[in-house]
Each structure stands twice: as C-alpha cells, then as structure tokens.
Design a protein. Structure first.
Length: 427
C-alpha cells in the first residue's frame, strides 16, 4: 500500500512574520496568540487577508476577504503587511529539512508539499510516528508548526491535513472516508469552489457523502467534466503521483527518535552506524558525494546540539561517513541521556564531477621529510584498491537490500550480542 503525506504550514505567513518579529524584539507580542492578520496596508486599510491567526478566526475572519471587512468584524485586529522575501527564505528552510528525510517531495506552494512516504517506511514504526517526528523536528528546529495528513493518495492526504489545527497529524485511509470525510460539507471538498458548492446545495447535495452517492451522469450534465472530478474526489479517487522536484536536494540525512534513551557511547555508535549506512546508501542512489557531515543530538530534556565538519574529499561510503559521525559525536556529547540522533550530509556534488584530492589522502607529511618517508607507488595503489573495494562492497549491499529488503544483509555489529561475561560493560 502506498502512503503519501501532505505537509502544510499552519498560518504560514502569519507564523513566519510572528517569528521574525519575536527575533527582532523578544519582548513583543506573539501574533499567533492575538487576533491578527497578514495583508493589506495598515494606514490605507485596504487589500485582502493573506493569513490569519486562530484567535482572528474566532471572529469569523477568513483568508481572501477584504481587510476592511475583517476590521469591521474585529476593530482591534492587528494588521501586519507581508514580507515575501522572508517567506521564501522560510519555505526554503522547510524544504531543506524535509529533504533530509527523502528526495521524493513535490512542493505545490510556498507553504505546502507532498512527501512520498512508502520508500522510507522501513525507517519508522508507523506512518503516524514518522509524521509526528517530522512535525516535531520542524517545530523544534524552525520554530513554526505544520499539519501532516496521511493517506493512500494525494487527495486524501490533502483533506486530512485540513482537519483540526494546529500542529496535528491526521489520517484519512480509504476505510476512514465514510466516518471522517463524508459528513463534511461539500464546501470543504478539495477542488469544490464556492459557486460549485452553492449549486450543489441548490440541487439538495449538502455533504461530501451525498455527493459521493450522487449519480455521475447527472453531475456531468450539471457541471460537465468538473462534475465527474467532484464525484471522484468525494469517493476518494485520485491516481496522481507525487512528482519529485526537479532540483536536487541540498542535503541528505536521517535521524531517529530512540525507543529508550541512549546513555553509553557504544550504544550511540551502533545507532550512528545504522544512520550512516542509510544516509550513505541514499547518497549513492542519488549519485551524490558529500563534503560536509553534521551530527545532531537531542537530549532527554529536548535540548538540541549539533556539530559539523568538512571532509578531506567528497564521500559516499558508509565507513567514511561513519568515521566522521563518530568524531563529531565524541566532540559533541556531554554525557547526558540521548533521545534522538541524526546524521546529515551537505555540500553535495555529482559523483561524476572531478574531485580535488587532499594532501592528507596521499599520506604525505606536512613537514619536511626524507625520500624514504614519502609514500611509495605500491602504497598508493594499495590505498586506492582498498577504497575501490569499499565502494564495490557498498554497491553490492545496496543491490541486495533493494532486491530482498534492508535486513537481507547486515553488519555483524548490528546483530544482538550474546550475554556473556567475556563482553565488557559499556562505557
């Protein structure tokens, strides 16, 4: 079964503006907590409402209505003009974060996108757990909240994300359509505008369920091809695929919220190895090499810390990535219990691009050395052979896992360790 997420920023323009105002003046009021809107001109009192706070919604204010009308509904409404440059920046930050999970993302507007979950499903206990992790990471990393809709197609995922807000995860699987979608007004069905909804109500069709059980031929006579589309959507029918953005991801990474807090270095290294394997495999699948590695740690008190390093040359092998991750972890960890670990790569380039070798890759001392200290031709050939063996090994493991599943082959370090006195205690 294919699963799609629809990720939608809650009151995007207002949330992003609120965060920026708080950044400039931490003592200022949070626009999200008062009746406030984005749009128009405060002095001229004209224009339309581009975004509204939840308190503003309680006064009957809705997106798209004239600012003057909104001010009549709530005379003390706070009005802030839009900052589109800021919104583009925040949108890029969101998409960059989401691309650390997968490259199968279709951005449909500045504040919403579809994410194809099925290819990454093996990383999470359930779609709901994955969606909650993504939403929490957005909130803690970027400061704003999103709704995530989970369904078997884009239409139902979109409908699910519009359920109760903010900061919620909702499902709308096919067997949930009768209970969750059909009781809703036809006004709430995606692709049904005000005129179409009013016409449906004139015909005695008030709910999505009534629309779903209407006669297709009759709807076609009344609305032409749009009548068929509305009937299909009312029945949850949508065959469109998630079309990944043509632009390449700026970073590739993965993180995991641990079932129980990690308190030892050896246990953390096991998690880092698993994450490194996953990220390196995604790099190779995308035909990319990384020049920057970042490790993120979230402690049990939800405090987050991260550290990054530049690689000597661009990398995509598991061993090289894992080595960097361990170095970063050793420099980062303060000994506190760990709730989440993440490994990310950035500064990506095509594996076919020419690579500038580092002096360190040649094992040449940086101080003056005698000819006997210089690496021999045989040493250089051996080093190149070892690297080629590692690449072939990674490629073989990628192929086996792709064909037979991720658990078809695994490292010995991932196997459960027998309980025996010969194994030392973790430190």
């Amino acid at each position: 079964m294919s699963i799609v997420f629809h990720i939608d920023v809650n009151s995007a323009f207002l949330s992003w503006t609120a965060l920026e105002l708080l950044r400039k003046d931490p003592a200022s009021v949070d626009l999200r907590t008062i009746p406030a809107i984005i749009g128009g001109d405060e002095k001229q009192r004209h224009g339309v409402v581009l975004a509204k706070s939840i308190p503003a919604k309680r006064y009957g204010i809705h997106t798209g209505e004239p600012v003057a009308t909104a001010l009549r509904k709530c005379p003390f409404l706070k009005l802030v003009p839009p900052d589109h440059a800021l919104y583009r920046t925040r949108s890029r930050e969101l998409m960059t974060l989401l691309h650390t999970y997968t490259s199968d993302i279709e951005q449909v507007s500045i504040d919403e996108c579809y994410l194809f979950y099925t290819p990454i499903s093996h990383r999470f206990p359930s779609p709901e757990a994955a969606a909650r992790q993504i939403a929490d990471e957005v909130k803690h990393t970027l400061g704003f909240t999103v709704n995530v809709g989970i369904a078997e197609n884009k239409l139902l995922a979109k409908m699910a994300s519009d359920f109760e807000k903010p900061d919620r995860v909702h499902t709308l699987y096919r067997d949930e359509i009768p209970s969750k979608m059909w009781p809703l007004s036809v006004h709430e069905l995606f692709m049904v505008g005000r005129r179409s909804a009013s016409r449906l109500e004139e015909l005695g069709i008030h709910t999505i369920g009534e629309l779903a059980h209407s006669d297709r031929a009759f709807l076609q006579t009344q609305f032409k091809s749009h009548g068929i589309l509305m009937w299909e959507y009312a029945n949850g029918i949508d065959h469109s695929a998630v079309h990944a953005d043509a632009t390449k991801a700026k970073c590739i990474g993965n993180s995991t919220t641990l079932a129980s807090d990690v308190t030892t270095r050896s246990a953390a290294f096991e998690v880092l190895l698993s994450l490194s394997e996953e990220v390196a495999a995604r790099l190779r699948k995308a035909g990319q090499l990384a020049s920057t590695v970042t490790v993120e740690v979230k402690y049990s008190d939800f405090h987050t810390a991260s550290r990054q390093m530049q690689t000597r040359t661009p990398i995509a092998t598991t061993d090289a990535l894992y080595d960097c991750a361990c170095q970063l972890f050793n420099a980062l960890w303060n000994g506190s219990p760990i709730r989440l670990l993440g490994v990310r790569t950035s500064r990506l380039q095509s594996e076919h691009d020419p690579i500038q070798l580092s002096l360190f890759d040649l094992d040449i001392p940086l101080t003056e050395a005698s000819p006997s200290d210089a690496p021999s031709a045989s040493d250089a050939i051996a080093k190149k052979t070892d690297l080629e063996k590692q690449r072939k090994l990674d490629a073989a493991m990628d192929q086996i896992r792709q064909k037979f599943g991720k658990d078809a082959v695994m490292r010995g370090s991932h196997l459960p360790r027998p309980k025996s006195p010969i194994f030392p205690l973790d430190t």
